[in-house]
Design a protein around this ligand. Structure first.
Ligand code: UDP
Length: 238
């Protein structure tokens, strides 16, 4: 039985609590949804439950294929026990298809397949609106050292290969997604979550969006889209 201890942190979609073991923390998923740097706020019914489920299933799948993550145990529908990482304040975005900020910044058509994956780094800082950085910024500012950056990029590419193939099998295009890494006993582990909040997921046939863009772009049927993702993942892994 895991005891919920001291409140540690509240983010946009999750709360973090200490546990009786200082090496672990409890993550609790909320239904709150935000977009555009928190300027658009709302809730998506049962989003926390779906994101916890999706993230746990995908992290377990990645672990099975040799990617070390913070996941320990899913406690219940909204609670998950994870290893406490020292989070590296760099968000890693991996892209397979043009969308979102890449389409805008480089004037590319959304939906164009990329010739290979693109990795982008952003400094995790809400006040500065998560500015894009490169490896030099991360190294010189002391956010990650050479070896950690090498690990992050190797793991990001491996995760992309695994998840692109996995989603393809359930009729979904993995357009792009965001990862966060942290240090645990001198190793770089995957942390945070992988869910329809942090990925762009398009139905392979209809190109319908099954992710947070439904909320960002007021497309409606957010809850249904999130449920459809969890339904297909569970069917594939059963
Ligand atoms: N993303 C995220 N958190 C962020 C920024 C981006 O999870 O703070 C995800 C987003 O859902 C998408 C990918 O990273 O799957 C690329 O996002 P993009 O840079 O296109 O930014 P956006 O236009 O979505 O703000």
């Amino acid at each position: 039985m895991v005891q919920r201890g001291e409140f540690l942190y509240e983010g946009k979609a999750k709360q973090i609590f200490a546990t009786d073991d200082p090496a672990n923390v409890l993550m609790i998923y909320k239904d709150d949804a935000t977009a555009f740097d928190g300027t658009k706020k709302g809730t998506i019914k049962n989003k926390g439950i779906v994101n916890n489920r999706v993230s746990c299933l995908l992290f377990k799948y990645l672990e099975k294929h040799g990617v070390e993550t913070h996941l320990l145990t899913q406690i219940d529908d909204r609670n998950v026990l994870v290893k406490k990482l020292q989070i590296i304040p760099v968000e890693v975005v991996i892209r397979n298809v043009v969308a979102g900020s890449l389409a805008q910044r480089l004037g590319q058509d959304e939906g164009t397949a990329l010739a290979g994956p693109i990795i982008e780094l952003y400094y995790k800082n809400d006040d500065l609106h998560d500015p894009m950085i490169n490896e030099y910024h991360a190294r010189v500012m002391g956010w990650a050292n050479d070896e950690q950056l090498r690990q992050i990029q190797m793991q990001a590419l491996k995760i992309n290969e695994l998840l692109q193939a996995f989603f393809d099998r359930i009729g979904i295009i993995l357009v792009d997604f965001k990862l966060e890494f942290g240090v645990y006993e001198n190793r770089v582990l995957l942390g945070d979550e992988i869910s329809p909040d942090t990925c762009r997921l398009w139905d392979k046939t209809s190109l319908e969006k099954l992710d947070k863009d439904r909320f960002r772009r007021d497309l409606g049927k957010e809850e249904e889209a999130y449920q459809e993702v969890v339904r297909r993942i569970e069917a594939e892994l059963k």
